[in-house]
Design a protein around this ligand. Structure first.
Ligand code: BZD
Length: 819
C-alpha cells in the first residue's frame, strides 16, 4: 500500500531535509534521537494531508460525532503505530536501512506518552484506533499532563518513582492550536439578575479566576483508509491581558493567583488506579478539560447547525468513568445561561447527549466530592447540580412515595457529598459495564436501585483491544505467520482468526507456532538480561503477570505460590519439576504502601530464588522494571501463561487478558471480568480456571467475610509460606519488613477484615491449577494446540467489535469513507 508520499527516495530526502532544517546537521552527524524527530516529521507530513482530507469529508458529510471524554489516554508510542496504520512500516524500515538506521532503534527514541494509569486509559487509546479504522467521526478529549505516569526504578528491591518529563525534547506528533483556546472560570460567586425583557433570572458568575485552555491536537490514524481523527488534549495558560488589567488596577495578588492556578492544573497525572483521593487539584483538572471540551463542541455544532435542540442527533458525549461527569452540569450551564433555554429544554437535550461507562465496582474508587470544596470551586456548576438533585429526588418520591431509603441510597447530593456516579446515571441516556459479568453485577448489586428505576439505560459493552498494535506491531513474526495461513483480512476483521482453528492439530503448524513463541521468548530473555542482569532460559515456561499493582489483582497470591514452589523444590530435590520463569511487571500508586511492599517482596523472593544454585535454575523470578505500553507489546508476544487471578467480582473486565490470548498465551485465572467470556470462546479445556466464583465472594462479603485463620491452622504449606514472611527468610533476618503483608492476611493487629481478597481461600485451588499447567505444558503437542486455539478464538476481543457495538447500540454514528 505504498502511498505516493512514501516513495522511498522522496521519504529519504525528506528525512535528510528535516535533519538539516531542525539541527543544521547531516544525517551522519545526527543522533538517533534527532533522526527520530526528523523521521516523525516526515511521517507527520503525510498524515497532515490525510488529516485535511478527513476534515473536508466530515464537513461535507456532517456525520454524527462522538466525543470520548477521558482524564486518561494511554497512547504508547506513535511512530511505529502510525507507520503500521499508514501501511508504510516495511517501506520506511527499508528506507531507513538504506540510510544506515534501524527503525527499531529509532522507535525506541520516542518517549512513551503515558497519559494514563492502566486499563481505563489504554482502553481509550484502543477505542480511538478502532474509531478511526472503522471510519467514524470521533474526538478524544483529555488533558495534556506535563508529567505522565511516573517512571519506575527498582532500587534495592523497592519501587522509586521518577518524573516522566515526556515533553522534554518536544513531541513531534502534536499540533498546538492556540486559535481554538477557551476560557475556563473557577471560584467567585453567582449573581442573579432579573431580566424584565424575558421575565427570567440570569445567572452570572462574578469575581472568578480564569484560565485559558489551549488545545494540542494529535492525529489518530485509521488503518489503511486515509481517515485521521483527532485526540485533543488541553493545556492551561494564564490569561495574560486580563492579568495585566488586574495589575494596572493594583490587584497584584489576584494576578498572581490567576497565574498560579494556570500553572499547576496540567502538571501531573494522578497515579492512582481504582482509587479516589479527593484532591482539589483533581477536581480542577476535571472541570478544566470538560468545560473547554464542551464549549468547543457546542461552538463547532453551532457553526453548521442552527438549532441546538438537534444536538442529540449529531453529538454524543461518552464519559469514560465518572471523572468527566461534570459534562452533565457544564452542558446544562451552557444551554441555560448562554443559550437562554428553559430547564426542561436543556435537560431534555443533556439527557439525550451524555452516556456513561462504569469501569469498577470497588467502593474505594467511587468519586464523592465534599460539597464545601465543590461549591467553592464551581459555584454555578454546584447550583445546577443542586437543582438536578432536587428534581431527581422528586422523581424518586413520585416513583416510590414515602420511601426515604431510596432517596438516601440514590440522591446525587447526600451526606454533604456530590456523588458523581449518580449524576452520570441521572444525566445520561446510557450506562454500560465493560464485560458481561461486570454489567450483571452492576444491575444486581452496585447499581440495583438505578437499574430498577431505569432498566432501559443499562447495557453491556465487553471491552476489546486493537490487534494493530498488539499483534501486527508487537508480534511481527506471529502476524506474518497468521497472514501466510489465512490472509491479512484479520487486521481489520479479527473474527477471521477462527480460520486458524483447522490448524490446531496440524503438526507443522503447531511447530511453527511454538517456534515463533520461542523466538519471542528469546527476544524477551535478551531484554531481561540487559535490564535485570538475570539469565532466563527461553525453554522454561514463561508465566507472566503484568498489570497495575493492586491487592484485588492478587500479585501477592502469585508470589506466595512461588515461595511455596521453592519450598517444595528444596524439600524434594528429586521431584519432577518443569522449569518455570515467573515474570512480573507492575507499577504501584506512589502512596499505596502495601502495594509497594508487595513489589519489594517479589524482588526479595527473586533475589533468594535466582541465586540459589542448588535448584539448578528450575525456578526464576523476574520483576520487569517500568512496565509500560512499549515493553508490554514484547512481553505479551513472549508469554506462555497469562495470569488473570483477581478476586472474582473485582476486575470489571481486564484487557491484558485479551492481549495475552491474542498472542497465544494460555490463561490461568478466576471466573472474573472478561475471563468468563475468554473461556467461553476458547473452551474450558484450553484455559486453567480455579477459585471462588463471584457469587461466592459476594455472598461472603454480604455475610461478614470469612475466616482465613482456618487455612493457616489446617494447612502446613500455607502456614510455612506465611511464616516465611515474618521469620526473615526473604529479608536477611528482618522479622518486621513484611509483617504488614502477613497481618493483612491474618488480621492479627488491625480491625479491618482479614484477607479481604480471599487469597488464602483460593490458594490451594490456585496451586492445583498451576500443577495442571505444568502437566499440560509437558505435552508439547497438547500445549501447542491450546496456544494456537487461544489465538484462533480471540477474534471477539478486538476493540473494533466493541466500538461497532457502541455505535449500533449507543452512539448511532454514520460511517464515513474518504472519496
Ligand atoms: O478499566 C480498569 C478496570 O480495572 C479493568 O478491569 C478494565 O478492564 C479497564 C477498562 O475498562 N479501571 C481502571 O483502569 N481504572 C483506573 O485506572 C482509574 C483511574 C483513576 C481513578 C479511578 C480509576
Amino acid at each position: 500500500m505504498l502511498d505516493n508520499h512514501f516513495k522511498k527516495e522522496e521519504f529519504k530526502k525528506s528525512v535528510k531535509e528535516n535533519v538539516k532544517m531542525l539541527y543544521r546537521k547531516t544525517i551522519e552527524e545526527a543522533s538517533q534521537e534527532q533522526i527520530f524527530q526528523a523521521v516523525s516529521l516526515a511521517v507527520k507530513d503525510v498524515i497532515i494531508d490525510n488529516w485535511l482530507l478527513t476534515q473536508k469529508q466530515y464537513e461535507k458529510d456532517d456525520p454524527k460525532i462522538v466525543y470520548y471524554l477521558s482524564m486518561e489516554f494511554l497512547m504508547g508510542r506513535a511512530l511505529g503505530n502510525n507507520l503500521i496504520n499508514l501501511c508504510a512500516y516495511n517501506e520506511v524500515k527499508e528506507a531507513l536501512e538504506e540510510l544506515g538506521f534501524d527503525l527499531n532503534v529509532i522507535e525506541d527514541q520516542e518517549p512513551d506518552p503515558a497519559l494514563g494509569n492502566g486499563g481505563l486509559g489504554r482502553l481509550a487509546a484502543c477505542f480511538l484506533d478502532s474509531l478511526a479504522t472503522l471510519g467514524y467521526c470521533a474526538y478524544g478529549c483529555g488533558i495534556r499532563y506535563h508529567y505522565g505516569l511516573f517512571k519506575q526504578k527498582i532500587e534495592n528491591g523497592f519501587q522509586v518513582e521518577v518524573p516522566d518529563n515526556w515533553l522534554k525534547d518536544g513531541y513531534p506528533f502534536e499540533l498546538r492550536r492556540p486559535e481554538y483556546a477557551k476560557e475556563v472560570k473557577f471560584g467567585g460567586y453567582v449573581k442573579v439578575e432579573y431580566d424584565p425583557a424575558t421575565g427570567r433570572n440570569n445567572f452570572v458568575q462574578e469575581g472568578y479566576q480564569s484560565v485559558l485552555a489551549i488545545p494540542y491536537d494529535m492525529p489518530i490514524v485509521g488503518y489503511n483508509n486515509k481517515i485521521v481523527n483527532t485526540l485533543r488534549i488541553w493545556d492551561a495558560q494564564a490569561i495574560s491581558e486580563f492579568q495585566l488589567d488586574l495589575f494596572d488596577k493594583g490587584d497584584y495578588r489576584k494576578a498572581v493567583e490567576q497565574e498560579n492556578l494556570a500553572k499547576n492544573i496540567c502538571d501531573v497525572l494522578y497515579p492512582n488506579d481504582n482509587h479516589y483521593a479527593g484532591k482539589e487539584l483533581r477536581l480542577k483538572q476535571q472541570y478544566f478539560f470538560i468545560s473547554a471540551s464542551i464549549q468547543a463542541a457546542i461552538e463547532k455544532f453551532k457553526k453548521s447547525h442552527s438549532d441546538l435542540h438537534d444536538l442529540p442527533k449529531k453529538v454524543t458525549f461518552q464519559l469514560n468513568d465518572t471523572h468527566p461527569t461534570m459534562t452533565v452540569a457544564e452542558l446544562m450551564r451552557i444551554l441555560l445561561d448562554e443559550e437562554g433555554m428553559t430547564w426542561e429544554e436543556a435537560w431534555e437535550i443533556t439527557t439525550h447527549t451524555c452516556a456513561y461507562t462504569n469501569h469498577t465496582i470497588m467502593a474505594e474508587a467511587l468519586e464523592k466530592w465534599p460539597i464545601e470544596l465543590f461549591s467553592k470551586l464551581l459555584p454555578r456548576i454546584y447550583q445546577i447540580i443542586e437543582e438536578i438533585n432536587r428534581r431527581f429526588i422528586q422523581e424518586i418520591n413520585n416513583k416510590y412515595p414515602g420511601n426515604q431509603e431510596k432517596v438516601r441510597k440514590m440522591a446525587i447530593i447526600y451526606d454533604g457529598q456530590v456523588k458523581m456516579a449518580h449524576l452520570a446515571i441521572a444525566g445520561g441516556y446510557s450506562v454500560n459495564g465493560v464485560a458481561r459479568l461486570h454489567t450483571e453485577i452492576l444491575k444486581k448489586q452496585e447499581l440495583k436501585d438505578f437499574y430498577e428505576m431505569y432498566p432501559d439505560k443499562f447495557n453491556n459493552k465487553t471491552n476489546g483491544i486493537t490487534q494493530r498494535r498488539f499483534l501486527l506491531h508487537g508480534n511481527p513474526l506471529l502476524a506474518d505467520w497468521v497472514t501466510d495461513h489465512i490472509g491479512d483480512g484479520w487486521v481489520t476483521d479479527l473474527a477471521q482468526l477462527s480460520k486458524l482453528k483447522v490448524y490446531a492439530d496440524d503438526k507443522k503448524a503447531q511447530q511453527e507456532f511454538m517456534n515463533i513463541k520461542y523466538q519471542n521468548k528469546v527476544r524477551l530473555a535478551k531484554y531481561i538480561l540487559e535490564h535485570n542482569g538475570i539469565e532466563v532460559d527461553p525453554r522454561s515456561i514463561f508465566d507472566v503477570q503484568v498489570k497495575r499493582l493492586h491487592e484485588y489483582k492478587r500479585q501477592l497470591m502469585n508470589i506466595l505460590h512461588v515461595m511455596y514452589l521453592y519450598n517444595q523444590i528444596k524439600e524434594h530435590p528429586e521431584m519432577d519439576f518443569y522449569p518455570r520463569t515467573f515474570i512480573f511487571g507492575a507499577k504501584a500508586a506512589a502512596g499505596y504502601v502495601r502495594a509497594k511492599l508487595t513489589i519489594k517482596l517479589i524482588n526479595a523472593v527473586a533475589d533468594v530464588v535466582n541465586n540459589d544454585r542448588s535448584i539448578n535454575g528450575k525456578l526464576k523470578v523476574v520483576f520487569i522494571e517500568n512496565y509500560r505500553v512499549s515493553n508490554a507489546e514484547m512481553i505479551f508476544a513472549a508469554a506462555d501463561v497469562s495470569e488473570q487471578i483477581s478476586t472474582a467480582s473485582k476486575e470489571a473486565s481486564g484487557t491484558g487478558n485479551m492481549k495475552f490470548m491474542l498472542n497465544g498465551a494460555v490463561t490461568i485465572g478466576t471466573m472474573d471480568g472478561a475471563n468468563v467470556e475468554i473461556v467461553e470462546e476458547v473452551g474450558q479445556e484450553n484455559a486453567f480456571i480455579f477459585g471462588l466464583s463471584s457469587d461466592e465472594v459476594i455472598n461472603y462479603e454480604n455475610n461478614g467475610g470469612y475466616n482465613p485463620m482456618q487455612y493457616f491452622n489446617n494447612d502446613p504449606d500455607i502456614r510455612n509460606v506465611l511464616m516465611q514472611l515474618i521469620n526473615g527468610t526473604y529479608s536477611n533476618g528482618d522479622f518486621e519488613l513484611f509483617r504488614d503483608i502477613y497481618d493483612s492476611l491474618l488480621n492479627t493487629k488491625s480491625s479491618d477484615r482479614a484477607d479481604t481478597y480471599f487469597i488464602l481461600a483460593d490458594f490451594k485451588a490456585y496451586a492445583e491449577a498451576q500443577k495442571r499447567v505444568e502437566e499440560a505444558y509437558k505435552d508439547e503437542a497438547g500445549w501447542a494446540k491450546k496456544a494456537l486455539l487461544n489465538t484462533a478464538c480471540s477474534g471477539k476481543f478486538t476493540s473494533d467489535r466493541t466500538i461497532q457495538q457502541y455505535v449500533d447500540e449507543i452512539w448511532h454514528l454514520d460511517k464515513v469513507t474518504i472519496e
